[in-house]
Design a binder for this molecule. Structure first.
Ligand code: GTP
Ligand code: MG
Length: 313
């Protein structure tokens, strides 16, 4: 049975162990035996944050926040640092969450509700689509997966295998078909039936002469021609192991397409989980879900407090 997006806190903590070692273990070592929060301590702290993939601007903002507390005499004991830092990180994350996109998806009243999943190759788009489909199938929803990556060898077959496994119908055409046409026909077919969600699996890389952004914009356009307001969600998948590079990738996508939310994958097995905080703060786009493994259950609704608590646990 799907875990309904709520993995036990202990499991999240286990999956984030490398990030915790990089950030929290070094923080503990720094703070142990210290008597005051002085400029030298703050400088070392800045270095720890910066080398935890939190990013320069976000690190500076966090350190400035701590300095302010020192100036206001509300921070003088090193043992207070961790809690204040945690609260600051949670409020940075909360500020970007707004109306959580995960709720949008689950409470979507329009049917069919169309989501385009985008991101560079290998970030985990197809696997994540399977996870979200599995999660919603567990709630009894009818989900259709559309194979709009018609370029990469075996992409259609990979989606079909996932579709069979999670009980979602896959709509595809032959390899090399125009992705816009695939989406146009798929939405037409789904509209005629009682389908709750349509997930569009897109390519991460094309022939050098083609332009990925142009292709994605076309998919967006034809979706809207078939169904006003579609796609209702444009979800950007980012690979957490790429750390700060994920921000650069996200900027390219957000400039071309109206990204509504982000799903971060591969938070297991990376020490770069701190990037979540920098990504959220810099991009100001809500993080709807996080993925912590290759299995269908390694997926959960993103909750800032749970995430930060797991990193600091
Ligand atoms: N450890 C781990 N691996 C993951 C996670 N998500 C996806 N993967 C793996 O990442 C690899 C690439 O995943 P895909 O879903 O094929 O990625 P994609 O973005 O669809 O790739 P293209 O179709 O080539 O653009 C696979 O081996 C997945 O099992 C995750 O959260 N954790
Ligand atoms: Mg794929």
């Amino acid at each position: 049975m799907p875990s309904h997006g709520k993995a036990p806190a202990g499991r999240l903590r286990d999956r984030l162990s490398k990030t915790r070692t990089r950030l929290t273990d070094r923080l503990n070592t720094l703070l142990i035996g210290k008597k005051t929060v002085d400029p030298v301590l703050l400088e070392h702290l800045e270095e720890i944050l910066f080398t935890s993939d939190i990013g320069v601007e976000t690190t500076v903002q966090l350190i400035d926040g701590l300095k302010q507390r020192v100036d206001q005499n509300s921070l003088d004991k090193p043992e207070q640092v961790k809690n204040i830092l945690k609260e600051q990180m949670i409020s940075l994350l909360d500020a970007s969450q707004g109306l959580p996109a995960s709720n949008l998806l689950e409470k979507a009243s329009r049917s069919p509700y169309v989501i385009m999943f985008i991101g560079v190759n290998g970030v985990g788009k197809t696997t994540t689509i399977a996870k979200v489909a599995y999660y919603l199938r567990g709630q009894g929803q009818a989900v259709v997966l559309v194979a709009a990556d018609t370029f990469r060898a075996a992409a259609i077959e990979q989606l079909q295998i996932w579709g069979d496994r999670v009980g979602a119908e896959v709509i595809s055409q032959k390899r090399g078909a125009d992705p816009g046409a695939v989406v146009f026909d798929a939405i037409a077919a789904a509209k005629a039936r009682k389908i709750d969600k349509i997930f569009i699996d897109t390519a991460g890389r094309l022939h050098t002469k083609s332009n990925l952004m142009e292709e994605l914009k076309k998919i967006q356009r034809v979706s809207g021609q078939q169904l006003p307001e579609a796609p209702h969600q444009v979800t950007l998948i980012l690979d957490a192991t790429t750390g700060q590079n994920a921000i650069a990738q996200a900027q390219v996508f957000t400039e071309s397409l109206g990204v509504t939310d982000i799903i971060l994958t591969k938070l297991d097995g990376t020490a770069k989980g701190g990037a979540v905080i920098g990504i959220s703060h810099r991009l100001r786009i809500p993080i709807s879900y996080i993925c912590t493994g290759e299995g269908l259950d390694d997926f959960q609704v993103f909750n800032p407090r749970e995430f930060v608590e797991a990193v600091f646990a």
